[in-house]
Write a protein that binds this ligand. Structure first.
Ligand SMILES: [Zn+2]
Length: 495
């Protein structure tokens, strides 16, 4: 009988966690030579070669292994082979369990091309790098016995000057970071690391710290204080909506891209990305800076902490109609609720930026599946799921309000969906969603869903689709939502 115990203890040895140590070194010339990193890893068996993973494609960028360099004089007795198609670095080393080598992450472009903002950015005064483009991991983490691709990571920041700020989506101003149990894809590789001349501001939301990291001198009304106040208002209102103040650490990072004091670059390009514990904003900076744009981005990106974050997507791009569309819908609805937008402005924005913008999109009737292939290739395709999903959310919100005689709304469904995903460790998929909708509407909307969301036909609102006080018309080939003044309270379920 006592042999049984062997089997009881064996699994804990099999599942022993992978531990990887990184040291990141400050060097004066890192803008030209790249940021120097040492990785240490102890494998279970001694070998003379080991596979490491480095993502060659991230967020629409390809050939990212161009940014990965090794120097022979720093890695004596080591040799490397890069295999971009397999996202792989083959590391040849003396036979050993212990592996340790230096590599550099280099910026591989010049100037400020806006299409390259997601590539490693390393400048004399700062850097901005996605975690996935900074840290190579042993492929052992993909072994099926490693649950959720989890690993333990330490990061030490070495020789960085006192004034050089180290800030990232895991911690602020910590020279030693210990992440004992971290998921590869959703966490370590869904992160941003910055350093240099960033200014760090902090406020608390019910005793939980929120950090705002910003650098550069911004034009018009993008002052630190004004941005910080808007951020605080957004965070408070959304955490109240979701009844969720559980985030022990949260940060927003804002980095200027093309900065011009004159009107030589008249465009405005602001990109926000929701990542683990954070969202990251990269924006042009010029006299055209528009407060409404940045405030919209704060609201949209923060909403992703829940929609797309805690309510995780099973099929990424195929679920963008939900993760982007419903996020966008709640961006508008939440700004109305928090009085960031008055009702008239909300109605106008929803008409112009959602309904009419969708109708003007030549690709608007494309089927959902093409979004998977073409999302990063075409601006028009990229916009489909945001607006199609937001229009669907508005339809569904109205349906639930009507069906429940104004006792429930889409808000209740969303909060229940969050509970299901968190408590039952489920990811969002169409079936889960349609089942929940059925519970609220007491009818199956699969046919409607297939026709309008998957096939892409326009949603045209009948009077009976909308709560009392809303009407819908097509004027000059463009849709228009009209509202009487009593509808706001009904829509927001305020009595
Ligand atoms: Zn989004």
């Amino acid at each position: 009988m006592k042999y049984l115990f062997v089997f009881f203890f064996f699994p804990s040895i099999l599942f022993a966690q992978i531990k990887v140590q990184y040291q990141v070194f400050y060097t004066e010339n890192m803008a030209t030579e790249g940021i120097k990193i040492k990785v240490n890893y102890q494998q279970k068996k001694a070998t003379d070669s080991t596979y490491f993973h480095f993502s060659n494609q991230v967020w629409g960028q390809d050939s990212l292994l161009n940014c990965f360099k090794t120097l022979a004089n720093e890695n004596q007795k080591y040799a490397f082979k890069l295999i971009p198609d397999s996202n792989r670095i083959v590391v040849y080393h003396p036979t050993s369990k212990e592996i340790g080598f230096y590599y550099r992450i280099k910026q591989d472009y010049v100037g400020e091309p806006l299409e390259k903002i997601n590539r490693p950015r390393i400048r004399p005064d700062h850097f901005h790098i996605l975690g996935e483009s900074m840290f190579t991991v042993p492929e052992e983490v993909f072994n099926s016995k490693v649950e959720n691709h989890e690993l333990g990571v330490t990061i030490d920041w070495i020789d960085f000057p006192e004034k050089y700020v180290i800030h990232n989506t895991f911690d602020s101003q910590k020279k030693h970071q210990n992440l004992p149990k971290i998921k590869l894809w959703g966490e370590l590789y869904h992160s941003v690391f910055v350093g240099g001349d960033y200014r760090i501001h902090q406020f608390n939301c019910e005793n939980k710290p929120v950090y705002f990291a910003i650098r550069g001198n911004w034009f018009v009304d993008y002052q630190d204080k004004k941005l910080l106040d808007a951020l605080e208002k957004t965070i408070q209102s959304q955490r109240t909506f979701w009844n969720d103040n559980s985030a022990n650490y949260f940060t927003v990072i804002m980095t200027p891209t093309i900065s011009t004091a004159d009107s030589s670059f008249s465009g405005q390009s602001t990109t926000g990305s929701g990542v683990w514990n954070a969202f990251d904003i990269l924006s042009t900076n010029n006299p055209f800076n528009n407060w409404n744009v940045i405030n919209y981005i704060f609201n949209h990106e923060l909403m992703h902490s829940w929609i797309g974050g805690k309510i995780g997507m099973k099929h990424e791009e195929l679920n963008y109609w939900f993760s982007e569309g419903f996020t966008d819908y709640y961006t508008y609805k939440n700004r109305l609720r928090s009085k960031d937008l008055d009702f008239k402005t909300w109605l106008e924005d929803f008409n112009v930026e959602v309904l009419q913008a969708h109708w003007k999109n030549p690709e608007r009737n494309k089927a959902n599946f093409i979004i998977k292939d073409d999302f990063w290739k075409s601006r028009d395709v990229e916009k489909i799921p945001y607006r199609r999903g937001a229009i669907f959310a508005f339809w569904l919100d109205n349906q639930i309000l009507i069906k429940s005689n104004y006792t429930k709304s889409l808000d209740d469904l969303m909060k229940e969906l969050l509970q299901i995903c968190e408590n039952e460790h489920k990811k969002f998929n169409d079936e889960l969603f349609l089942d929940l909708v059925q519970k609220y509407l007491q009818k199956d909307i699969s046919y409607f869903f297939q026709k309008h969301i998957l096939d892409g036909q326009d949603i045209l609102f009948e009077k009976s689709d909308l709560i009392e006080g809303f009407t819908f018309d097509i004027e000059k080939n463009l849709p228009k939502l009209n509202a009487n003044k009593n509808v706001e309270k009904r829509y927001l379920s305020i009595y």
